[in-house]
Design a protein around this ligand. Structure first.
Ligand SMILES: Nc1ncnc2c1ncn2[C@@H]1O[C@H](COP(=O)(O)OP(=O)(O)OP(=O)(O)O)[C@@H](O)[C@H]1O
Length: 297
């Protein structure tokens, strides 16, 4: 199967600052791929290289098997792009703006009404200047989807949104699953956990890890059971029976591997034997945050 995106040995430096040092990155068709890295890691630079807006110092970039060329690359016909803060003509309505985009890009005006419906702006006649940031971002998605792209690239799309706007936007993106390939470039890991199935971690100019999110969690992060007790004495009794080091607090964290149910049953049986009842008993699932910290460490 031809990869949606295939980058091999891409290097890029600005002056003496080496941003990318031989980046290999593969995104398969249909994936929602979270491209994550700290501020300044080189995510936007990578997106700009994919769009032919920067010239790589070395390496190759392909979109659905076609080479990306610097400048007006034909591969951009396959890509819809949403920047972090898209710019619009504020005195147009959403519909007028998309009509203008369709005219410029030879898009089909018949696609505009269904797209506006899809992003929840079908009934809005206001000028874009009066839109919230969340509405502008949803209009940005409609614009990016106008040319029926096979690959949608979103660069930090939720960084300027409040929680409600972020929620709406991620639901919209998640609803596109299966209809095209999506690359979500961000440092907001909870967004990635919510909608991405695959993840690549950019650090020190290379992809330190990439793979299914679930596999990376299994590899780098540990699930645990967290217990709290009423007193330190009860905690110490429980720690003894559970064979874990005592703490000077009223909490115990018990890492486990494998399935939750047998691990939890074992802990409950041990606690029943000790006669100590925890105040709370909680399953703590591994997070992408833990994976990220472990990988960049
Ligand atoms: N045109 C340029 N000239 C000089 N330096 C640049 C240029 N573009 C990017 N850089 C530098 O390259 C590094 C990577 O920037 P980039 O914007 O790609 O990072 P990022 O991962 O997208 O960061 P953020 O999450 O903060 O947006 C930064 O140190 C930035 O200052």
């Amino acid at each position: 199967m031809t990869a949606a995106l295939d980058l091999r040995g891409v290097t890029k430096q600005f002056g003496d600052h080496h941003v990318l040092r031989g980046l290999d990155l593969t995104v398969e068709p249909g994936q929602i791929f979270g491209f994550i890295g700290e501020n300044g890691a080189g995510k936007t630079t990578t997106m700009r290289l994919i769009l032919g807006l920067e010239r790589p110092d070395a390496g190759t970039l392909q979109v659905f098997g076609q080479p990306v060329t610097f400048g007006r690359t034909p591969t951009n016909k396959l890509i819809g792009y949403l920047p972090d803060v898209p710019a619009f003509y504020g005195d147009l309505s959403a519909r007028e703006y998309l009509r203008l985009c369709a005219a410029i890009t030879s898009g089909d005006p018949a696609d505009i009404a269904p797209l506006l419906h899809e992003v929840g702006l079908a009934d809005d006649r206001r000028h874009i200047a009066g839109f919230s940031r969340g509405m502008k971002q949803r209009l940005g998605i409609a614009q990016a989807l106008l040319g029926k792209p096979q690959l949608l690239i979103c660069d930090e799309p939720t960084s300027a949104l409040d929680p409600a706007g972020r929620n709406d936007f991620l639901a919209l993106l998640s609803g596109l699953r299966g209809s095209l390939t999506i690359v979500l470039s961000t440092h907001i890991l909870t967004d990635v956990e919510r909608i991405c199935d695959h993840v690549g971690i950019l650090h020190d100019g290379v992809l330190q890890e990439q793979g299914p999110l679930a596999d990376l969690k299994n590899k780098y992060a540990q699930a645990a059971i967290a217990l709290t007790f009423a007193t330190e004495a009860e905690t110490a009794t429980a720690a003894k029976i559970l064979n874990v080091p005592a703490t000077n607090t009223t909490t115990l964290t018990l890492p486990y591997t494998g399935e939750y149910a047998p691990a939890a049953t074992q802990v409950m049986a041990a606690l029943a034997q000790s006669g100590v009842a925890p105040l709370t008993f909680a399953r703590v699932d591994p997070t992408l945050d833990q994976v990220f910290m472990e990988v960049i460490r």
